[in-house]
Design a binder for this molecule. Structure first.
Ligand SMILES: [Zn+2]
Length: 196
């Protein structure tokens, strides 16, 4: 194998979910593809990092600032849903029922892994609440030790503000059986019960 082929395989094999075998297959696929496609892919990759920026309001990433979510006039800017990362934002937004805006933390509180309060995007959230007429902040971090600790951090950070801070219910996955659900999830599901 020549150096260029080896280099391409090594670069592609670093991508998540792509092992050496898949990388090798991709490289030979690219060699067989039209030069125009390879050129477009290369150009898009080169420009990618320069085109994408963080939204100055919510820290979402896109090629617009403010991002398409913050610029959408059909959303309710008075309700902010706080998420750990961009895939979580997309997951909640794909549901289609939530029509407020978001705030991306880019992490969760994890002191043992060296992630402290200053590493999360909480100051910007407090600033948004101070500046705007925000009615509710929904903390949608996952139900783990880190997710709960982060939710507490946000509640404390917003203590001085007259804003309602809520936490999503962590229920039992649809279709699962109660007996296989861990006791903490069951406990949370009971606590967060809604009237029917
Ligand atoms: Zn935004």
């Amino acid at each position: 194998m020549t150096g260029a082929i080896q280099e391409m395989i090594e670069l592609l094999a670093r991508l998540p979910g792509v092992g050496r075998r898949s990388a090798t297959r991709l490289v030979f696929h690219l060699l067989d593809a039209s030069p125009e496609y390879a050129h477009r892919l290369g150009t898009a990759l080169c420009q990618f990092h320069n085109q994408i920026e963080r939204c100055s309001e919510c820290a979402n990433v896109s090629d617009m600032n403010p991002c398409p979510v913050c610029s959408d006039p059909h959303r309710d800017p008075k309700v902010i849903c706080v998420v750990e990362n961009i895939p979580d934002l997309w997951a909640i937004d794909a549901g289609g029922t939530y029509r407020g805006v978001f705030h991306v933390l880019h992490g969760l509180l994890a002191p043992l892994d060296g992630v402290g309060p200053d590493d999360l995007n909480v100051d910007l959230l407090v600033h948004r609440v101070e500046q705007g007429d925000i009615q509710e902040v929904i903390v949608a971090t996952r139900p783990s030790v880190e997710g709960e600790a982060t939710a507490m951090l946000i509640r404390q950070a917003l203590e001085e503000q007259s804003v309602k801070v809520t936490r999503i219910a962590s229920g039992i996955p649809l279709g699962s059986e109660l007996e296989y659900t861990d006791s903490r999830t069951l406990e949370r599901a009971l606590q967060d019960r809604k009237e029917i």
